[in-house]
Design a protein around this ligand. Sequence first.
Ligand SMILES: C[S@@+](CC[C@H](N)C(=O)[O-])C[C@H]1O[C@@H](n2cnc3c(N)ncnc32)[C@H](O)[C@@H]1O
Length: 267
Amino acid sequence: MSAGRDLLEHNRWAWNRDSAARRRWSVPVESDVVVRARRDDWQVILTPDTAVPRDWFGALAGARVLCLASGGGQQVPILAAAGADVVSFDLSDEQLARDAEVAARDDLRIRTVRGDMADLSVFADASFDLIFHPVSNVFVPDLVPVWRECARVLRRGGALLAGFMNPTFFLFDHDEAARTGELVVRYTLPYREGGTDDEIAQVTTERRAQLAAGDALEFSHSLQAQIGDLLAAGFQLTALYEDRWTGASTPLQARMPTSVAMRAVRV
Ligand SMILES: C[S@@+](CC[C@H](N)C(=O)[O-])C[C@H]1O[C@@H](n2cnc3c(N)ncnc32)[C@H](O)[C@@H]1O
């Protein structure tokens, strides 16, 4: 799989497929969740299990919120029902369709925009008060443009809430580990499923078959890329927690938290 447009088109197709099948990240919330959110009784996740602390959001009524790579009918309608003015921006037509379906069903105002998180040029500078970005940068090869664009479209003092995978997750072949129950270090980081032949040399035959069948291409990112490059883009970190992933079939999930949520403010 080569870099650039092929990669984006592959992941668009992969996520459309997953979303149409209503897999884990594409199951829209029921109406009762929206009703409760309208009464200010709500929670959302950036990482698989743990709800984001409510004080990370500040006042949501009328806040201009960009849900970045967060389609699927989950967080977007909840934040809209809680009073935010929400734009859902996602690569996948189907993931955006899930948000639009909930909006139509429950009479919510949500704007959907399709595109790549590394290019937010459809939005003016400082056009959002908050960016909500659940674990999804694992699907892009380079975080520098993502953080740069987040810094540009967020107003000064606005907050970015982002989830990401701990890079050590990518040291292991989790299919193998699920079969054998053993965690054996198989890969060198960064692990990349797209790019040059050298970059994808580590990808196993089994994994190549899964990608050809429709799995999205994934990329590990160092802590320097996740946090150092974010700070360099003009953010200050204000809070962070780690999370487990109880639904994951890998034995690693019993050994360590595999994801991270962070709150950063545009300075
Ligand atoms: C794990 S899902 C996150 C959505 C979900 N609602 C959640 O609960 O976390 C990852 C999302 O990233 C989106 N995505 C993948 N690559 C993207 C890209 N380059 N730009 C924007 N969105 C992307 C996918 O379409 C998918 O909706």
